[in-house]
Design a protein around this ligand. Structure first.
Ligand code: HEM
Length: 249
């Protein structure tokens, strides 16, 4: 990780992109361990492969649930637009803290439709007992996050989309609640969770959304495709109308 002084340096040098920062760190050797061009390429590939399809998949599911639940969509848009006082969200990041309801909607979407349904494989470091089964040291363990977040053992009416279930709940994305692991847990946990959630929060600000003519919310096909990420089987098509910022007199 770059230290505080390298962040300050980036600011002073007007660097606004990750690649320039990594190239400078490579050239100036300011980390405790050296990084070379191959390392930089690996980071870029990681970001593209792990950070694009996941967010677009999640965004499609958030929009699908919002369009199916117009009253929830209205509440989310009102909350976001009020939090940013109708200004550009990118210039007012601090206001993100006020998005309580929106966060619950995103949490609930990631519970019902986790883009990564099966976590990265783990190797068992010591023989242990899980649910009465002996798991021998060295066994490859694959965690089914999707199954846990839809289990009636942990969730009331798990098939229902209900952001309110998180109102008085301490469950969050940080990987400490094993019934809810949309970003995984432990040392292989997703490093892009903060960025992912922040991106999802801004999608409903700029536009009002509706279904193409004649289509009703209940007509939406909610089946999931089989693949590396759990995308919608049928791509979502919506009509976007620019949101008119109210003029203050
Ligand atoms: C809504 C968006 C996202 C979701 C749902 C998601 C989910 C996940 C999950 C479940 C894992 C496996 C964690 C585990 O097995 O414990 C993972 C790993 C990873 N994610 Fe994400 N992710 C998202 C966005 C991003 C973004 C934006 C980036 C980068 C900018 C990113 C980079 C990575 C990387 C590099 C790994 C592998 C970590 C490792 O191997 O140790 N992800 N992600």
């Amino acid at each position: 990780m770059a230290n505080a002084s390298s962040e300050e340096q980036a600011r002073q040098q007007g660097e606004s992109d990750l690649l320039s920062i990594m190239l400078r760190i490579r050239d100036e050797g300011e980390l405790d361990f050296p990084i070379n061009t191959t390392n930089i390429k690996a980071v870029i590939v990681d970001l593209f492969t792990a950070g694009t399809e996941t967010i677009s998949t999640a965004a499609e599911w958030v929009m699908s649930e919002l369009i199916r639940n117009p009253e929830i969509m209205a509440k989310v848009q009102a909350e976001i637009r009020q939090a940013f006082n109708n200004k550009d969200p990118h210039e007012h990041e601090a206001q993100m803290d006020n998005l309580r309801y929106t966060r619950m909607v995103i949490k609930e979407t990631l519970r019902l439709h986790p883009p990564v349904q099966i976590l990265l494989p783990r190797l068992c470091r010591a023989t242990c007992d899980i649910g009465g089964f002996e798991i021998v040291k060295g066994t490859r363990v694959i965690v089914n996050s999707w199954a846990m977040s839809r289990s009636t053992k942990y969730w009331e009416d798990p098939e229902e989309f209900s952001p309110e279930r998180f109102v008085n709940s301490v469950i969050d994305y940080r990987g400490a609640h094993f019934e809810y692991l949309p970003f995984g847990s432990g040392r292989r946990m997703c490093p892009g969770s903060g960025f992912g959630v922040a991106t999802l929060e801004s999608i409903v600000y700029y536009f009002d959304w509706s279904l193409p003519s004649g289509m009703r919310p209940e007509d939406l096909d909610m089946r999931t495709a089989i693949g590396a990420s759990a995308r919608r089987k049928i791509q979502l098509q919506l009509v976007a109308s620019p949101y008119e910022v109210p003029v203050k007199i």
